[in-house]
Write a protein that binds this ligand. Structure first.
Ligand code: ADP
Length: 596
């Protein structure tokens, strides 16, 4: 029972504490101070009330335990008159105002610092993520968590700390109320607790819906991303409408959940006050009619109570708002754990000197239970050009990704310059690798930035740039652009042809100082003339880089030093073009087919 209570209220506290540390207690301290100053200020109303009938006598007894305030003033020789009481009242409220201002500034800076840390920790988590985890996970969820959910966490933060602040104020005002008139306080508290049961079930509901909402939003984000990514296909095949229907269903679900949460919130906000006032009215009536109590202390106690109740209501509104986004908190906690759990395992040793040799010995790789690379042994030497062919799904891309250090092997050994891949810091290999994929990567920026990856535009870098674009056979095109290298390639390069996009991304890799070039079906989007031009350039690069080509087209592999023929995760043949035609019937058939 206690464990459950602690878990319920302090899980979120633990989450914030893990980020904020001692700062949480400074915020709490500020709130305590604000409440106490406010309480002292309000207490000054009691002597004022006693002066209502014109008398200047203050009877400190009727202030209950708070009489020490008035006694203190009297004992320190300050005359207790209208003027001094008003001055003290003003002093307390000014001090409260100043504290509130400082607390506000402090809270905002802590919140922004918290958001920054959360964002940075997620960015780092994403950057350190293992590629295998990334390709097998839900992109919609990752995207949603990194963008939308972070916004919701900010709302969660604000509301959690508001609720905490109000909770502290409630406790302080209650303490003041009890000090002035304990009987009244006890009766109202009993009434308040009873009404609280009414709200319990509402909270539970809100939390449930919040979880559903997070799930629905993840699904929606995923659908939208795929909609954009596959837009051309969906449009060309007339499937946009069907897809839009799916999206709309998802939108409707989100609307429904949000409406439900909104309705519950409206009920909570509107219902609380009338219910509590009924309790207060009943208690005052009972006390004055049957218990013969004085109205003065009741009134001051009521003022405190009213403040306490007001903050209690606000606290509950805030808490409910917090709960409505707490699904995101759980999500981001899980997400953070997941990112850490799926961190890329990398060794400590840096790869030194140029890459001389890749050695794979009985290497196997699995996706879940499915074996994708099956006991492959292969050696690749520096500056060799090796092409991988085989039917789709035979494991070509996976094998090349293993060599690029993107995917860790499950069985066997993978050595680079004799260094075991498990001991190696894969980044030291990846920094030397250029990767040209089937989908050229174009950033929303100038040609120069796309190729140089935001290098400074110095003369040396410009020379490197022009050399790279020339090697990638896109020099003429860039020179004819209105702004030349400063032309913006908008919207993932939609203003370029497939071939041009490909050539820009080839130029980017050539601009880098890489040793290994990986071309994954790199020439698939090219017309045959451009392909020939690039082929020529690749042939020129031959011997200067270690080149790994994943290709279907025979023309791209013709000049490779060695061709690796793959089938069902295994290597069936290795050899130069001519010898393979003799030794591999599959390869021979492939060549014949394409020559036709
Ligand atoms: P290729 O490049 O020869 O077409 P791949 O290396 O891309 O083949 O894929 C090899 C096998 O691995 C295929 O059967 C494919 O279904 C499987 N595979 C690829 N990526 C994933 C993934 N992210 N999750 C599960 N299986 C995958």
């Amino acid at each position: 029972m206690i464990k459950k209570f602690v878990k319920k209220y302090f899980e979120s506290f633990a989450f914030f504490y893990s980020f904020l540390g001692y700062r949480i207690f400074i915020i709490v301290g500020f709130n305590l101070l604000i409440g106490i100053l406010d309480g002292f200020g309000l207490t000054m109303f009691l002597p004022l009330l006693q002066m209502v009938d014109g008398s200047s006598n203050v009877d400190s007894d009727s202030m209950g335990k708070l009489s020490f305030l008035v006694d203190f003033l009297q004992n320190s020789g300050i005359p207790l008159n209208l003027f001094s009481v008003l001055v003290f009242m003003a002093f307390f409220f000014f001090a409260k105002g100043i504290t509130q201002y400082l607390a506000g500034i402090y809270k905002v800076s802590v919140q922004q610092w918290f958001m920054k840390r959360l964002r940075v920790s997620n960015i780092r988590g994403l950057n350190n993520l293992s590629y295998k985890y990334f390709v097998t996970s839900d992109v919609g969820r990752i995207q949603n968590t990194l963008t939308g959910e972070i916004g919701r966490i900010s709302i969660a933060f604000t509301n959690y700390f508001k609720a905490l602040e109000y909770g502290i104020l409630v406790m302080i005002y209650m303490a003041f109320a009890f000090s002035v008139d304990a009987q009244f306080a006890v009766l109202v508290t009993i009434g308040g607790v009873l009404t609280n049961f009414l709200y319990k079930s509402l909270y539970k509901n809100t939390k449930g819906i919040s979880r559903t909402l997070t799930g629905e939003t993840n699904v929606f984000q995923g659908l939208i991303i795929q909609n954009v990514a596959n837009y051309k296909y969906l449009k060309a095949t007339g499937s946009l409408k069907r897809y839009a229907e799916k999206l709309e269903e998802s939108v409707k679900g989100i609307e429904k959940s949000n409406k439900k949460i909104g309705k519950l919130e409206a009920l909570l906000t509107a219902g609380r006050e009338p219910i509590l006032i009924s309790v207060v009215v009943a208690v005052i009536f009972i006390q004055t009619t049957y218990l013969g109590s004085q109205l003065g202390p009741i009134l001051i106690s009521l003022v405190f109570f009213y403040r306490a109740l007001n903050y209690l209501m606000q606290m509950q509104v805030r808490w409910n708002k917090f709960l409505s986004v707490s699904g995101s908190l759980e999500n981001i906690v899980d997400f953070g754990k997941e990112l850490r759990a799926n961190k890329e395992t990398k060794g400590k040793e840096e790869l030194k000197g140029p890459v001389e040799r890749f050695q794979l010995r009985d290497v196997s790789f699995y996706y879940d239970e499915t074996i994708v690379i099956n006991k492959i042994s292969l050696e690749i030497n520096s500056k060799e050009t090796v092409a991988f062919v085989g039917e789709s799904g035979s494991g070509k891309t996976t094998l090349v990704n293993i060599i690029a250090g993107l995917l860790p092997i499950d069985r066997g050994e993978f050595l680079i310059n004799g260094l075991n891949s498990r001991q190696m810091d894969v980044r030291s290999l990846q920094k030397r690798t250029g990767y040209i994929t089937q989908d050229p990567v174009i950033f929303n920026d100038t040609v120069f930035n796309n190729v140089s990856f935001w290098d400074e535009k110095t003369e040396t870098n410009l020379r490197r740039f022009w050399k790279a674009v020339q090697q990638a056979a896109i020099l003429d095109f860039i020179e004819e652009l209105p702004d030349r290298e400063d032309e913006i390639l908008g919207n993932n390069g939609t203003n370029l042809s497939g071939g041009q996009r490909q050539r820009i991304s080839i130029a980017r890799e050539l601009y880098k100082d890489v040793e290994i070039l990986i071309l994954d079906e790199a020439t698939s989007a090219l017309d045959s003339e451009t392909e020939r031009a690039i082929q020529q350039n690749i042939d020129e690069l031959k011997g200067k880089y270690t080149i790994l080509i994943v290709a279907h087209r025979i023309s791209t592999v013709k000049n490779a030093d060695r061709i690796v023929v793959m089938s069902k995760g295994k290597i069936t043949n290795i050899g130069a073009f001519k010898s393979l035609i003799e030794s591999s019937p599959y390869f021979k058939k492939l060549v014949e087919l394409q020559e036709v």
